[in-house]
Design a protein around this ligand. Structure first.
Ligand SMILES: [Zn+2]
Length: 126
């Protein structure tokens, strides 16, 4: 019988949080759009609004962000990526983020600003 193990990082990767999204929350630059997207999901899980604002494109960033403390995120599945590597200036990541009571299916757009990946906006799917 298989033993279910809980991923160590909220983004679903097996690495411990400190070696995965935690590095980016602590100030390291995310190398790809997907890594940034994962770290933003983990920031939602951890309620880190400062990180979310910091990694939001200045053009589309809200003036403030109030996270719902009652929101319980339960998982992230990345279903597709386009561009978004060290060799690109833009990229998209398609994902489903689940929370207690529902899920969010979105294609997010990312850009690099001064070399750092930032979130621009997203399109809801379904
Ligand atoms: Zn992670």
């Amino acid at each position: 019988m298989a033993v279910m193990t809980t991923p160590s990082c909220p983004c679903g990767r097996p690495e411990p949080y400190a070696k995965c999204c935690g590095r980016f929350h602590a100030g390291a630059a995310a190398p790809t759009a997907e890594a940034l997207m994962r770290s933003r999901y983990s920031a939602f899980v951890k309620g880190d609004a400062g990180y979310l604002l910091r990694t939001w494109h200045p053009r589309t960033r809200p003036a403030r962000l109030d996270l719902d403390p009652g929101m319980r995120w339960t998982g992230l599945e990345i279903s597709g990526t386009a561009d978004g590597s060290a060799f690109h200036a833009t990229g998209t990541v398609t994902f489903r983020a689940s929370y207690r009571g529902g899920s969010l299916h979105e294609r997010s757009r990312f850009e690099r600003v001064d070399g750092a990946w930032v979130y621009v906006d997203g399109e809801f799917l379904d």
